[in-house]
Ligand binder design. Structure first.
Ligand code: GUN
Ligand code: ZN
Length: 483
């Protein structure tokens, strides 16, 4: 029995990987739909036919279920649910956080999860709510860590997950990630983020997840507990989250909400069903509203959309276009944009994992200037060899009388002609230049100027950009492009 994780492709801190659990394989990023055996709007068998390789269910529900308890012990979860993929069980910690105390001990839930043949077993961690103070967060984290250690000692051969808690305190989250890592976990869920996502606190979410990731090894598969809505998957994957579990497809269906990758809509307000899934293409909005099967059909649609977004993210990682997808998704809501901006604020950290070369780079507005590729380019610029008299031309024209002539491409900056075909300069598409991207390019130029105090720099650009060049790179001579 074992859990192993293999990374196949990377983009930003996101990865396409293979999670192996016992003899089963799950392609990641993966969505584990939450299955409630008492109200299966979509059956696990149907999910499997939709490409679901892993699901999650709550051990707590089985433990208390008159209908399923004995059967689960006798035949195992896979038989009860009629699903032969990976089944992860949650311990009941979520109930603990919502309803107060749960009458189950750590040892009891661990024994029960194994008795019903769960593939991934979760100890009884404590999800500390975001409004908890530091003392409480630290105390609850200590208890969570004790329970994780106890789980390891009692069941050294079990496929255990190591939840990372710590409230909203980034140092505690990093410490928790490190502690879970030190215990050798290959699978670490990040917990207690549901309230952050429910209140759209994406900036806090980014801080908490990146802190946990700093403590964890890049070789560990990271699960984001209780996430969520497909509009935030790309952001979470960019931070290095590999698995999600979501009940949103069913919860939203119950409330008559229609999920799209950008947000959700009220079915009652829809004139059209703007989605290619088989539900939406087989009926009109009016027919769906009036269908006696409406809740189930809506859940099917919601799940289709959610799974398609996961597939889109996996493709984007392989194409090296995850930043573009994050950019697109995070413009669906101002608070997601906050999360995106917070992610960009950590570009230096993300840059260490981000591939050196990608297929393309699209400029999509000022946020693009803070992406990992721009940052990395600015870091290598000081190493460009230059002579005594250096010309940086915005128009690329040949010019005699200089020892070194460099071209200029925003948002990157100056580059020697030898780099014209290489990533990112050669693979980047930018619209008509704007102030933000030229300023970013000038920051690159400034790095070059500062690295070569012995050289004399001249910039040839049109009037339009001369002011920005003078502001951003003091001390350079600016020539008019007509000269
Ligand atoms: N489901 C949502 N959040 C959590 C969490 O923090 N811990 C566990 N065990 N399950 C969850
Ligand atoms: Zn649909």
């Amino acid at each position: 029995m074992a859990i192993t994780f293999e990374v196949i492709h990377k983009d930003i801190a996101g990865r396409v990987g293979k999670l192996r659990v016992n003899d089963k394989m799950v392609r990641t990023p993966a969505l584990l739909p939450v299955v409630n055996p008492h109200l299966p709007l979509v059956t696990p068998r149907e999910m499997q036919e939709m490409g679901v390789e892993a699901l999650i269910t709550n051990a707590y529900i089985f433990r208390r279920s008159e209908k399923f308890h004995d059967q689960a012990i006798a035949d195992g979860l896979h038989s009860v649910l009629d699903f032969d993929g990976v089944i992860m069980t949650d311990s009941g910690s979520f109930q603990l956080s919502v309803y107060g105390e749960v009458e189950v001990s750590n040892q009891e839930t661990l024994e029960f999860q194994q008795a019903i043949r769960s593939d991934i077993v979760v100890p009884l961690d404590i999800p500390t709510p975001p409004d908890a103070g530091r003392e409480r967060a630290a105390r609850e984290l200590a208890t969570t860590m004790e329970r994780i250690r106890e789980a390891r000692e009692l069941f050294p051969d079990a496929n255990l997950a190591g939840p990372v808690q710590g409230g909203i305190f980034t140092d505690l989250r990093e410490e928790a990630g490190q502690a879970v890592q030190d215990l050798g976990f290959a699978f670490a869920p990040i917990g207690a983020v549901v309230p952050l996502m429910e209140s759209y606190r994406y900036k806090d979410l980014v801080q908490v997840v990146l802190a946990a990731k700093r403590g964890l090894s890049p070789a560990t598969a990271v699960h984001l507990f209780g996430a969520g809505h497909p509009s935030m998957f790309a952001l979470a994957v960019a931070m290095g989250c590999d698995l999600f579990d979501s009940a949103a497809y069913a919860l939203f269906a119950r409330e008559g909400r229609y999920i799209t990758p950008h947000g959700s809509l009220k079915l009652d307000e829809l004139a059209e069903l703007p989605c290619p899934c088989r539900v939406c293409r087989s009926m009109t909005a009016e027919e769906l509203r009036k269908s006696p099967d409406r809740e189930r059909l809506l859940a099917l649609h919601n799940l289709h959309v959610t799974l398609a977004e996961i597939a889109r993210i996996r493709q984007a990682i392989q194409d090296g276009t995850l930043w573009e997808l994050v950019d697109e998704r995070c413009r669906s809501h101002p608070l997601l944009l906050n999360g995106y901006r917070e992610l960009l604020a950590h570009a230096a950290e993300l840059e260490q994992d981000d591939p050196v070369s990608k297929r393309r780079f699209f400029y999509r507005g000022s946020e693009t200037c803070r992406r990992t590729e721009v940052l990395r380019f600015h870091e290598v610029i000081p190493r460009i060899p230059v002579g005594e008299r250096v010309l940086v031309t915005f128009d690329g024209r040949e010019t005699p009388g200089f020892d070194t002539v460099l071209n200029f491409k925003p948002p990157f900056g100056p580059y020697p002609v030898e780099l014209a075909e290489t990533f990112p300069v050669g693979q980047s598409e930018v619209p008509d230049w704007d102030d933000d991207m030229v300023r970013s390019g000038c920051a690159g130029l400034r790095a070059l100027v500062e690295a070569h105090p012995e050289s004399r720099f001249t910039v040839r650009c049109s009037d339009e950009w001369a002011r920005i060049v003078r502001e951003e790179v003091p001390g350079v001579e600016v020539l008019d492009e007509q000269v």
